[in-house]
Design a binder for this molecule. Structure first.
Ligand code: BES
Ligand code: ZN
Length: 883
């Protein structure tokens, strides 16, 4: 029996380096697995056809297998049982001397799914057996070379008692039967060689919905979604999304599905959103189950994009996989780019871009400026689970998007075709991806590769000038990038900057001889100037349209110019961005005024800009809704050189109150116009309408007047869909007095207490409340029967919601929020290290805070570090944050 790693002060966990990569010593041609499912003692038998890797050189080194928390029962080699002295048991594996270049290895071991609270390997969720093997979970199932460049053909037999009638694994079902003892067995065969991280097994008492999809070449694929019986009515949206994704990948990338069956299983206990196991995707229930009555618009959209994402991995991840985990962004960045385009094509492109950029600029930029900053292809890690980050995913997707922008849609498609064709069935690197893009387009992307090796968010400083005599306008762009851990100096990046120029009337000016009114500038130097001639007057630049590169751009716009862009820019993204800049300027001034003890005032021009947008009936509803959102506290914090949490809260609440008060009638009017009753449909137009309506509702309720709260309560009581009832509940929680709110919150729980997804939402809204989210309330929620520390969704709703989305209560000046998070992190680390290492992140950015708040945060973090015996996961994050 090997033990999990425990971190003592004298035994620091090992750092893994990309530069140390070596090809595997042995390959596994076939993997034959046999499971006998039992909650406390599942028996695993594996038969591995192993062969010396011809690329690994001469000689026969010992075979080293990974294995963690396994009870080893027996090992035999070519049919001969080995004695314990024939091999060596390592702290995290097994070393077996080898005498022949090819042999059959048979291993028997036992595992305990019931005790497995890490939700990695084989575990139980509500009595259902399920697996999660990415990144290194397969080693918690059996001894194996658990690395993505060892690809093998898997056959899996599952034996279980009849109370677990559904037994699933990857590929096609090839045999099933019953034993005399009443147990049944099912055998699955996956014809595609795959790394162990894509292995999956499910066993339970499940129901399913079924549909089919006929591929472009005419093959009929069976589609099934499995869930507990009570959720069977919540599978339709995911099924529709799956079929849309299959069609989209055929149309956009020319890629078809390759097995006869595709299965999705919903599980309640899951560390992530979903997992792309070959032919058997496993989903967090929250990311697959939905019905209009129980799921919000954003849940519907999240489900569509995640179903798409995991499906798209079948090519970008499974058919072509990663050589090692440093290449994670090869599959994740590319697949996030693919799912974003899928969502953009099916819904509102502009809204999708605004949402994605908001996420990037708040959370990824913060990560890139913090103690865990890393390039999208990291050079080293201690625990790979910590590197499923916003940088790998979101910045990685931006890097792929930049290639798309540089090559154009057609050039990008040529590149992806070549990439899939050259590397099908292989485990490859980010370098192989870029190379295919270069080769297919006969271009060179040498300098572009800096995006893969350098961390940090580049800053672009833009200045301009106009020569009246010859009508030449010149834009000068300087790039710089702050240092990050281990990287003091940065080389310049190659980045595409999409721009337009606006004339005094807002018209788009012609930029070149081809007559284009929009162009992509290619910045490669530290400083570079771009000239545009033949202009009658100095134009106003619209910079970085569509957010064409993941950078911070600085140009000294006046508030008037920002309002002009808000009204006139033809690029929807930049119209929204101008509104955010305008609000940010006001919020910054207010923070300064607050600190100086001056009277707070909102510029009338900001209010009139809001009024104009609110009353503009020609403007796309979705855009109106987005513009009316003030920048979040997190974004304001990210934009600050030093975070003054109290000033941010005061400034933002003040602006909100003033706008809500000044424009109360306008918000109410727009609310009433939009408050129509029509059957629910999660299409882009209806979603925009509900979003704007509920934005208006939340503004009118900021006034906390009876009139406003009555409107909210009517909506709460009469809503026919969860988007509207959740929006009403949120304003009631945040703005209604206790005597009104308390009963309604309880009423909502009573109505929905048997629905797991709704209860998660209910918990989350309360922990995010600036009013009710006080620590006492959060503690009460943790004692509520609806809470479960072993369920990551519940933890994310309550503790994660508090730390990440309740800016005000989390940053209370006494530091109680930080101490609370530290306590919970320590408790969780014993159950689920992946979750504790994520939950600690909000208290790792102490260096960016001004005043004593940063010091209090550091004290809480130090207490975590000093408590000893941390998991590898938590140790890495905490130790890197205290340097
Ligand atoms: N491969 C990941 C899931 C994963 C990551 C499992 C790390 C275990 C460890 C999957 O493809 C994924 O990226 N899922 C995302 C959702 C997606 C839409 C970005 C997730 O789970 O958050
Ligand atoms: Zn993914």
């Amino acid at each position: 029996m090997t033990e999990g790693v425990s971190i003592m002060k004298d035994s620091q966990p090992k750092t893994i380096y990309l530069k140390d990569y070596q090809v595997p010593d042995y390959l596994v041609d076939a993997t034959d697995l046999h499971f006998e499912l039992e909650p406390k003692a599942t028996l695993v038998k594996s038969r591995l056809n192993i062969r010396r890797n011809p690329q690994a050189g001469a000689g026969l080194p010992p075979l080293v297998l990974d294995g963690v928390e396994l009870e080893l029962l027996s090992v035999s080699l070519d049919g001969v049982l080995l004695s314990t002295s024939d091999y060596q048991v390592l702290p995290e594996g097994l070393s077996i001397p080898v005498e022949k270049p090819e042999f059959l290895l048979e291993i028997r071991n036992r595992i305990n799914p019931e005790e497995n609270t890490s939700l990695e390997g084989l575990y139980l969720s509500n009595g259902m057996y399920c697996t999660q093997c990415e990144a290194e979970g397969f080693r918690k199932i059996t001894f194996y070379p658990d690395r993505p460049d060892v690809m093998s053909k898997f056959t899996t037999t599952i034996v279980a008692p009849m109370d677990h009638p559904v037994l699933l694994s990857n590929g096609n079902e090839v045999e099933r039967g019953r034993y005399e003892d009443g147990r049944q067995f099912v055998t699955w065969e996956d014809p595609f060689a795959k790394p162990a991280y894509l292995f999956a097994l499910v066993g339970g008492d499940l129901e399913h919905v079924e549909d089919s999809f006929t591929t472009a070449s005419g093959r009929k694929v069976k589609l099934q979604i499995f869930t507990e019986a009570k959720n069977i009515g919540k599978c339709d949206h995911a099924m529709r999304s799956l079929k849309n994704a299959m069609r989209w990948d055929e149309e956009t990338y020319g890629k078809e599905y390759d097995l006869d069956i595709f299965m999705i299983v919903a599980v309640d206990h899951f560390n992530m959103g979903a997992m792309e196991n070959k032919g058997l995707n496993i989903f967090n229930s929250a990311c697959v189950l939905a019905s209009p009555e129980t799921a919000t618009d954003s849940a519907f959209q999240r489900i569509e994009s995640i179903v798409g994402h995991e499906y798209f991995h079948n090519w970008s991840g499974n058919r072509v996989t990663c050589r090692d985990w440093f290449q994670l962004s090869l599959k994740e960045g590319f697949t996030v780019f693919r799912d974003a385009e899928f969502s953009a094509d099916l819904n509102s492109r502009a809204v999708k871009r605004i949402e994605d950029v908001s996420l990037l600029r708040t959370t990824q930029f913060a990560e890139d400026a913090g103690p865990m900053a890393h390039p999208i292809r990291p050079d080293s890690y201690i625990e790979i689970s910590n590197f499923y980050t916003l940088t790998i995913y979101e910045k990685g997707a931006e890097v792929v998007r930049m290639i798309h922008t540089l090559l154009g849609a057609e050039g990008f498609r040529k590149g992806s075709d070549l990439y899939f064709q050259q590397h099908d069935g292989c485990a490859v690197t980010c370098e192989d991806f870029v190379k295919a893009m270069e080769d297919a387009n006969k271009v060179e992307l040498k300098q572009f590769r800096n995006w893969y090796s350098q961390a940090g968010t580049p800053i672009l400083d833009v200045t301009d000038s106009f020569n009246e005599t010859d009508g030449t306008y010149s834009l000068t762009i300087r790039q710089s990038c702050p240092s990050s851990p281990g990287q003091e100096e940065k080389l310049p990046f190659h980045l595409p900057i999409r721009i337009g120029l606006l004339g005094a009337d807002g018209a788009e000016l012609v930029l070149n001889e081809q007559g284009d009114t929009e162009t992509v500038l290619q910045l490669t130097e530290d400083e570079q100037s771009f000239e545009f001639s033949g202009l009658a007057e100095k134009p106003l630049p619209s910079l970085l349209r569509g957010f064409s590169a993941p950078v911070k751009i600085r140009y000294n716009y006046s508030n008037e110019q920002l309002q002009f862009l808000m009204r006139k820019d033809k690029d929807t993204f930049n119209r929204w961005d101008a509104s955010q800049r305008l609000a940010l300027n006001a919020l910054c001034e207010l923070q300064v005024a607050f600190r100086k003890g001056e009277e707070l005032q909102v510029q009338p021009s900001l209010i009139s800009a809001f009024k104009e947008v609110l009353e503009d009936v020609d403007l796309d509803l979705a855009l109106v809704a987005e513009i009316l959102q003030l920048p979040s506290e997190q974004f304001i914090a990210e934009e600050s050189s030093s975070i003054d949490a109290e000033a941010i809260i005061v400034a933002r609440e003040f602006v909100k109150k003033v706008i809500a008060g000044e424009l109360f009638d306008e918000f109410r009017k727009r609310y009433l116009e939009l408050n129509t009753t029509k059957p629910y449909s999660p299409n882009a137009l209806d979603i925009a309408q509900r979003r704007l309506k509920n934005t208006c509702l939340s503004y009118i309720c900021i006034t906390e007047t009876e009139e406003a709260l009555d409107i909210a309560q009517v909506q709460f009581e009469s809503a026919s869909n969860m988007t509207d009832s959740a929006a009403a509940l949120a304003v009631i929680i945040n703005h209604a007095p206790e005597d009104r709110a308390g009963g309604l919150i309880e009423q909502f729980y009573e109505r929905w207490k048997t629905d797991t997804q709704v209860v998660e939402l209910w918990l989350g809204q309360q922990s995010c409340s600036p009013k009710r989210g006080t620590l006492e309330n959060i503690r009460a929620l943790m004692d509520h029967p609806a809470f479960e520390m072993k369920n990551p969704n519940k933890v994310r709703s309550v503790i994660g919601g508090f730390a990440n989305r309740n800016f005000k209560q989390f940053h209370k000046s006494d530091g109680s929020g930080f101490e609370f998070v530290a306590d919970q992190v320590l408790a969780l680390d014993k159950l689920n290290p992946q979750i504790s290492a994520r939950l600690v992140i909000p208290i790792t950015r102490w260096k960016k805070y001004s005043g004593s708040l940063g010091e209090k945060m550091k004290v809480a973090l130090q207490r975590v570090a000093d408590s000893g015996d941390l998991s590898k996961d938590l140790f890495e994050v905490v130790s890197k944050s205290l340097i």
